[in-house]
Write a protein that binds this ligand. Structure first.
Ligand code: ADP
Ligand code: MG
Length: 228
């Protein structure tokens, strides 16, 4: 037991240290980004220079995103709970994802329910918006250009929530067990942190998330939150 406790302490310390490190990396990264932007504006440039600048900026953005996602995973925030209707949570989450939907010519079909939309949950709205966003982003990335993503409210004894169904390739049995592992990704430029953040936030809320393939082609992600 003593060994286990030491192990836990070590893991916690490591978590703190890596969160600190991630935070420290951010500052120089910001400075690099500005410098590259300046460099790109210099008139010395033949096309090659601006092309390298473009790549450098893209990679800075990527590191930045990785760090943000890592920080929200490694340094969970205290929940600031608030009573809120399911409908309002979904409205706000969808609002954030609109630009990505438009860019990819994807239609979001929302299946409403007068009864369920009004049900209240006691959650941290910002964190649940993050959950909605991460799940919808995955759906968009799986689907690519065009098609429809379905968003439906769902319920289960003591819970309400929502399900997102996409028309992407779905999820193979081999990767199913690893979906929530930090840094697990099948994408070239993925961080593999989206679903681990989703899982952590739902744990904190006493909620649950289930991922499966649906009958037509594609994945279905269901999120349930405890009713007030
Ligand atoms: P990332 O999106 O950066 O890869 P996530 O934690 O969000 O990290 O997702 C982990 C992996 O789960 C993805 O790389 C992908 O293989 C799989 N996945 C998640 N959502 C879907 C989806 N809607 N359709 C197919 N695969 C998915
Ligand atoms: Mg993701």
């Amino acid at each position: 037991l003593e060994g286990e406790i030491r192990q836990t302490e070590r893991v916690t310390a490591l978590g703190h240290m890596s969160a600190g490190l991630a935070h420290e990396i951010r500052n120089p990264l910001g400075i690099m980004k500005v410098s590259i932007q300046m460099l790109a504006q210099e008139k010395c440039g033949d096309g090659v220079v601006s092309e390298y600048c473009r790549i450098l900026l893209e990679e800075c953005e990527r590191l930045n995103r990785l760090l943000s996602e890592f920080l929200s995973f490694a340094r969970p925030k205290e929940l600031v709970r608030e009573k809120i209707a399911l409908e309002e949570l979904l409205d706000e989450g969808i609002c954030l994802i609109q630009p990505a939907l438009q860019q990819n010519f994807i239609e979001l079909e929302r299946v409403r329910s007068e009864l369920l939309d009004q049900k209240e949950v006691e959650v941290d709205p910002d964190q649940i918006k993050q959950v909605i966003l991460n799940i919808l982003l995955n759906a968009i990335e799986a689907q690519g250009i065009g098609g429809v993503i379905h968003l439906q409210v769902v319920e289960e004894e003591g819970y309400v929530g929502f399900a997102v169904s996409d028309q992407g390739p779905g999820i193979t049995q081999e990767v199913m067990p690893y979906l929530y592992d930090p840094f697990f990704t099948t994408k070239d430029k993925g961080t593999g942190l989206g679903l681990s953040v989703v899982h952590r936030i739902l744990d904190q809320h006493g909620g649950k998330v289930t991922i499966s393939n649906h009958d037509e082609r594609g994945a279905r992600v269901e999120v349930l939150l405890p009713l007030v």
